[in-house]
Design a protein around this ligand. Structure first.
Ligand SMILES: *[C@@H]1O[C@H](CO)[C@@H](O)[C@H](O)[C@H]1NC(C)=O
Ligand SMILES: *[C@@H]1O[C@H](CO)[C@@H](O)[C@H](O)[C@H]1NC(C)=O
Ligand SMILES: *[C@@H]1O[C@H](CO)[C@@H](O)[C@H](O)[C@H]1NC(C)=O
Ligand SMILES: *[C@@H]1O[C@H](CO)[C@@H](O)[C@H](O)[C@H]1NC(C)=O
Ligand SMILES: *[C@@H]1O[C@H](CO)[C@@H](O)[C@H](O)[C@H]1NC(C)=O
Length: 272
């Protein structure tokens, strides 16, 4: 039994929710600790290996945002191999708490994930259509569990305006721990798509119309921030997806552009 769970975990760790494509693992730079009370739509996706009792055994899959009483959205690449784990009741969303780990948080609430819907066009090589929805068993009704409005299809992006990113991703340059206990946030500027395409022209990466770029000198999302929100005007406009480095002036962070998927999200939430 234990052996099986170790194999499963090993497989999962190999496809884990790394935002970064290069081994350089920097940090959620320029961030500060914030309270869940100010951002009650944020949560964490965790996987509990078979037979795990202690929080140390828990696999941190990524960030997520509550979108409806029983739904949360994340990056597809964070949950791509989770179907089987969900079937066995091992995947949960943790919410209502600034601190993500059970052993230190009394207010944390844990929601069993019943279903994952990964976008059919998700491309794991390009990280295109990097979006997935998670349906939970118990509704998000906690004090600090509130859905966030989605960017509408006509949402106006203005290059240079600020947006907030949130996550429990690493703050230590390429070293453990790869997550922090308390939720952190920082602000980044939205970048004109043409400018972003140019910035990646010399790389093997492709910026598609399902992606949105944002960055700021010394501020960025990083490892284990994937799946978490990019927020502007109390609206979910992006999902942390990928990047080449962390907080590099050369290459900004890349986010799934939520407005492209707003009707998809609503359709799935009604259908399942
Ligand atoms: C938190 O951890 C304790 C001890 O491992 C466990 O008994 C309890 O069920 C956990 N709580 C939740 C909400 O998972
Ligand atoms: C959520 O957090 C608040 C504040 O810490 C706490 O009072 C509450 O019991 C927690 N759980 C739920 C389900 O609201
Ligand atoms: C965070 O990311 C690293 C690197 O991808 C991974 O090894 C680790 O298991 C993740 N989770 C935690 C809790 O640090
Ligand atoms: C692309 O690479 C070439 C050759 O290495 C370099 O001269 C040029 O400045 C680079 N352009 C950008 C936008 O980084
Ligand atoms: C945020 O909303 C306000 C009021 O609706 C609007 O005036 C402002 O332009 C919006 N800001 C951005 C960056 O979209």
């Amino acid at each position: 039994m234990l052996f099986t769970s170790l194999i499963v975990l090993y497989v999962l760790l190999n496809v884990d929710c790394q935002r970064y494509r290069t081994p350089e693992q920097l940090r959620i730079i320029g961030g500060e600790i914030v309270s869940i009370a100010s951002f009650p739509f944020v949560g964490v996706v965790v996987l509990k290996p078979l037979g795990s009792i202690k929080d140390e055994d828990i696999y941190f899959a990524g960030g997520t945002s509550i979108t409806a009483p029983k739904w949360a959205v994340t990056a597809a690449h964070c949950v791509i191999d989770f179907q089987r784990e969900i079937k066995y009741g091992r995947v949960f969303i943790r919410s209502n708490s600034t601190i993500w780990s059970n052993e230190t948080s009394l207010e944390m609430s844990e929601h069993l994930v019943l279903n994952v819907i990964i976008h059919k066009q998700f491309d794991g090589i390009k990280d295109d259509y990097d979006i997935a929805l998670l349906k939970v068993k118990q509704e998000f009704v906690g004090k600090y569990e509130r859905p966030i409005p989605l960017a509408e299809v006509n949402y106006k992006f203005k290059a240079g305006t600020l947006a907030t990113i949130l996550g429990w991703g690493t703050t230590t340059l390429g070293a453990e721990p790869f997550t922090v206990l308390e939720l952190r946030a920082t602000e980044v500027n939205l970048i004109d798509p043409k400018v972003c395409i140019d910035k990646f022209r010399n790389t093997s990466e492709v910026i598609t119309t399902r992606m949105l770029c944002a960055g700021a000198h010394g501020r960025d999302a990083c490892v284990n921030d994937s799946g978490g929100p990019l927020v502007q005007n109390h609206t979910l406009i992006g999902i942390v997806s990928w990047g080449l480095e962390c907080a590099s002036d050369a290459h900004p962070g890349v986010y799934t552009k939520v407005m492209v998927f707003t009707s998809w999200i609503r359709r799935i939430q009604e259908k399942y």
